[in-house]
Ligand binder design. Structure first.
Ligand code: AMP
Ligand code: FES
Ligand code: ZN
Ligand code: ZN
Length: 304
């Protein structure tokens, strides 16, 4: 039986890549400290900032909101209802219940009211649901944060997400994406600052934090995520991690330390306000307004 490195009580957690065994209380403390250190190291935000946490109802975003609240940050939530049947219904319920328990505000918006729900868009657009969904989530996170007066948006992306994305971008040497793959995206050009305070926390660690904190989260994954290449990469990286603990963290951190500074010297894309909605875009009309135009056209087509 392993003992807690801090207090010698029975350990409930062993973190191989940190060679650390901890009891429940010291694990929760370790997790919160690690989140706080990440926030400070990457200069994400301070206690004076109003932070909008994008919550999906899953373990990562709820653990993040919980930890930020415990650390004394001013954090409210934003839930985007995607209209994906039972999955969206359940995740909205869990997010609302969690917000109540925390005593913080959860802002809720519905894609169906703003554009159209994801299942309908998937059919009309004839492209993977996740690609349409990613576009819309990014757009409405940014727009809502500005409208609600928040200076920072925090998402629950964890180390598994970030290292899998990195692997995908490296395999195709997608320099544009690699350039923007950083835990902090600065404000400016119509964008609110975006941060990922869990980027050094693994999926297992955040699941454990949620379980030990008694957080009731949605366990199901989005039904459209099945077969996504990011899941393959996560699996592969986890197999390597199993054999050599610390691989994921090294892969991601060394990218941030050694490659990112080189990429960031390159000129970034010129952005301007969308001529219809005013949100930032590299084209004349942004992707969401173009999507809305296509929807209007297809409705007219059906009507005639
Ligand atoms: P995913 O893209 O599903 O892996 O989610 C990554 C992060 O995006 C989550 O940790 C949340 O912070 C945010 N997010 C995902 N889905 C939603 C949603 N429906 N509403 C608000 N934020 C979301
Ligand atoms: Fe957006 Fe699955 S399609 S979460
Ligand atoms: Zn202990
Ligand atoms: Zn627009």
């Amino acid at each position: 039986m392993k003992r807690c490195a801090k207090c010698s009580q029975r350990a409930v957690v062993y973190l191989p890549h940190h060679r650390l065994a901890l009891c429940k209380g010291h694990y929760l403390e370790w997790f919160e400290r690690r989140v706080e250190r990440t926030i400070k190291e990457f200069r994400m935000f301070s206690k004076e900032d109003r932070v909008l946490v994008a919550v999906s109802g899953g373990k990562d975003s709820l653990s993040l909101w919980h930890a930020l609240h415990k650390l004394g940050y001013q954090a409210d939530g934003l839930y985007i209802n995607l209209g994906i049947g039972e999955y969206s219904k359940l995740s909205e319920e869990k997010a609302k219940k969690f917000a109540q328990g925390l005593g913080r505000t959860l802002h809720v918006i519905r894609l169906k009211d703003l554009v159209e729900d994801i299942p309908t868009l998937k059919e009309i657009e004839k492209r993977p649901a996740c690609s349409v969904c990613g576009n819309l989530k990014r757009y409405y996170m940014n727009k809502s944060a500005k409208e609600l007066g928040f200076s920072v948006i925090a998402t629950g992306h964890n180390l598994d997400d970030e290292s899998a994305t990195l692997m995908g971008n490296v395999l195709s040497w997608n320099l544009g994406y690699l350039q923007r793959q950083y835990p902090v995206l600065k404000e400016g050009n119509g964008f609110v600052k975006k941060v990922k305070p869990l980027c050094l926390i693994t999926e297992k660690e955040s699941a454990l934090y949620a379980l030990l904190s008694g957080i009731d989260f949605v366990e199901e994954e989005c039904p459209y995520s099945v077969g996504a290449s990011s899941i393959e990469y996560k699996l592969l990286l986890s197999q390597i991690e199993e054999k050599s603990p610390g691989t994921k963290l090294r892969f991601y951190l060394e990218f941030l330390r050694k490659i990112q500074p080189l990429l960031r010297r390159e000129e970034s894309l010129e952005l301007k306000p969308c001529s219809i909605c005013g949100e930032p875009t590299s084209a004349d009309v942004c992707t969401v307004c173009r999507l809305k135009q296509r929807l209007t056209l297809s409705e007219k087509g059906q009507g005639s």
